[in-house]
Design a protein around this ligand. Structure first.
Ligand code: NCC
Length: 277
């Protein structure tokens, strides 16, 4: 699509994406009684009034030795991803976690110990799975990438007080459409990364969003995650996810300084709610 300026991108994002979760009003979920299973409060009203400042902490290896922990924890809310720990890494990543976005591998693969690990307790959880683009919910329910539905139902029954949502495939794919429409290349037909999904969620919930190490700082490394020894450049540039395109798009929306980007890997983004478009 045509190259849009930063302010135009904000308005496009606001116009075209609305956070949506599976709320039990559509089949097959309505017949399964999900209207009573999901949290009564919609995700975009999880906090009233709105969070003021929010931090998004990616899992990139380049956050090691950043000493960003205190700055990250000074935000009202902090979003982390999948199985990324804080324990033992507080100096660099902080220790506050308000929300965690998890993909369907986390709830279905035994090594993540979803039902017993403290990582997934006392935080709001947002779960997603790469549904088919058609977003036929019945087809998705019968054949998800990884089985997310039974662990979700089980956790809702066990801990009804925990805010725990399943992101709607239409929301995920609306983000893919947006990325595709703002690049010249044909991008791979796979959903955006948890990182991109999480950043847009926080832009909807918060007035200001600081994102750490989505765009790599000068500490850039092929170390995939700060909490593992595994090395692969694809973690930063993408293979399955259109990660490079996600990064180029958000870099155009940065309101922060080049210094912050280089030294902290920090993008500063405005929340969408108070934009006048
Ligand atoms: O690696 P992952 O992502 O959990 O990372 C969370 C988000 O941080 C950003 N990131 C991460 C590493 C890096 N070097 N640079 C980055 O920018 C990305 O935005 C990323 O989304 C995912 O998106 O859900 C993903 O999950 C993992 C894996 O499933 C989970 O960690 C659970 O083990 C995927 N890896 C595999 O499936 C092998 C990864 O592709 C995407």
């Amino acid at each position: 699509g045509p190259r849009r300026s930063g302010p135009q991108l904000y308005c496009e994002l606001k116009r075209r994406t609305r956070i949506r979760t599976v709320d039990g009003t559509q089949e097959p979920f309505s017949s399964l009684g999900w209207a009573r299973l999901v949290p009564p409060r919609p995700l975009d009203q999880i906090q009233t009034p709105q969070y003021r400042t929010c931090a998004v902490v990616t899992s990139a290896g380049s956050i090691l030795n950043s000493s960003l922990g205190a700055e990250i924890d000074s935000h009202d809310a902090v979003l982390r991803f999948n199985s990324a720990p804080t324990r033992g890494f507080e100096r660099d990543v902080g220790n506050k976690t308000t929300l965690r976005i998890i993909n369907s591998q986390i709830v279905s693969r035994p090594e993540h110990q979803f039902s017993s690990s403290p990582l997934y307790r006392d935080v709001a959880l947002l779960l997603w799975d790469p549904a088919p683009y058609s977003a036929n919910l019945t087809a998705w329910f019968l054949k998800p990438d990884f089985d997310l539905f039974s662990p979700y139902v089980e956790r809702r029954r066990l801990r009804p007080q925990q805010p725990f949502y399943v992101l709607h495939p239409e929301f995920i794919w609306s983000l893919w459409d947006l990325i595709q429409d703002h690049t010249q290349d044909q991008i791979q037909p796979n959903p955006p990364s948890s990182g991109f999904i999480g950043i847009v969620v926080m832009m909807s919930l918060c007035r200001d969003v600081s994102v750490y190490e989505f765009i790599p700082s000068l500490r850039r490394t092929d170390l995939c995650h700060y909490y593992e020894r595994y090395r692969d450049n694809a973690c930063t540039l993408g293979a399955y996810h259109p990660l490079l395109y996600e990064k180029l798009l958000l870099q155009r929306m940065n309101q922060g300084t080049p210094m912050d980007l280089e030294a902290k890997g920090k993008l500063t983004l405005r929340g969408l709610r108070n934009l006048s478009c």
